[in-house]
Design a protein around this ligand. Structure first.
Ligand SMILES: CC(C)(COP(=O)(O)OP(=O)(O)OC[C@H]1O[C@@H](n2cnc3c(N)ncnc32)[C@H](O)[C@@H]1OP(=O)(O)O)[C@@H](O)C(=O)NCCC(=O)NCCS
Length: 262
């Protein structure tokens, strides 16, 4: 598929199947997360995943260089129903904010629709406003779970340094009316939000200036999410005031998305 978001910057997305492509995914993991080797998904895990129902998609520039990738595993929920667990999404910094991340997720959705898997799940750091914007506002995920220090404090990534690895668990009901509406550019009507949780527009800036401040934003975000979820609300909206702050929006949870797979 060719997506020319920007005339000079064309890229193509395809399923990765070759060792060279997986090697490029390894290099991109190194540069984006600055992981040490222990935290890198190795080549053999990519190969195994390809042969066990999972998928890795790569975005390539016109020279054939990998500029982004997504990686998802085949998984079962607690009732043995299949879903995809999307474990990684990365875009090379000079290609960000051009829709590459969105295109990679849409490719995963195509596969899920084709294979009749209704749900893709993944996690992201609640303090990352760009990720929240992509996931909630552009893709239409909903959030019903907050994981405190999900990976513990052993990560070697520069993006994780100094803070607990709290994560939001997203549900992307790929064939739902809500997701279809959002992808078609229609507003998904939920009425008035009953709760909000604020985060900084750019947490990396806060971390660079004052890690204690970043830590206190993390604790406030954690407390806010846990309180809203305990009230029976779920997160299904996100709005931003660019350069200043962003807000997660909460609504009473009527389990509409889940009913689609009953
Ligand atoms: C998260 C990531 C994959 C997004 O990729 P991307 O190609 O930049 O994503 P897109 O361009 O499709 O969407 C980004 C959106 O966020 C917006 N955005 C940028 N900075 C933002 C911010 N601070 N707050 C809110 N939105 C922001 C962009 O404007 C764009 O929205 P728009 O198209 O409506 O303008 C990329 O930033 C990345 O590789 N990050 C590091 C690794 C990571 O965190 N991976 C995900 C978790 S595993």
């Amino acid at each position: 598929m060719n997506r020319d978001q920007n005339e000079e910057r064309r890229y193509t997305i395809r399923l990765c199947t070759r060792h060279e492509e997986f090697q490029s995914c390894i290099e991109l993991q190194r540069s984006v997360w600055q992981f040490t080797d222990l935290d890198i998904i190795p080549l053999r895990a990519f190969v195994i995943n390809l042969h066990s129902g999972g998928m890795t998609h790569g975005a390539f520039d016109e020279e054939g260089q990998l500029i982004g990738f997504s990686h998802a595993l085949a998984a079962f929920d607690e009732r043995r129903r299949p879903f995809y667990y999307s474990h990684m999404l990365a875009v090379e910094p000079s290609w960000r904010d051009m829709g590459v991340g969105l295109s990679l997720k849409l490719e995963q959705r195509e596969t899920a629709l084709k294979t009749k898997v209704p749900l893709i799940r993944w996690t992201f750091d609640p303090l990352q406003s760009r990720n929240a914007n992509l996931n909630i506002r552009k893709l239409g995920v909903v959030i019903r779970e907050y994981k405190v220090n999900y990976y513990g404090n052993s990560s070697t990534s520069a993006l994780h340094r100094g803070l607990d690895t709290d994560r939001l668990f997203v549900e992307w009901w790929v064939g739902s009316e809500r997701v279809n509406d959002i992808l078609a550019g229609k507003k998904s009507e939920r009425g008035e939000a009953v709760g909000t949780v604020k985060i900084p527009w750019d947490i990396e800036k806060v971390k660079a200036l004052d890690n204690e401040q970043a830590r206190s934003r993390q604790l406030a975000t954690r407390a806010g999410f846990l309180e809203e979820l305990a009230r029976g609300n779920y997160c299904a909206g996100f709005e931003t005031t660019p350069g200043l702050e962003s807000r997660y929006l909460f609504y009473p949870d009527r389990h509409e998305e889940e009913s689609e797979r009953a």
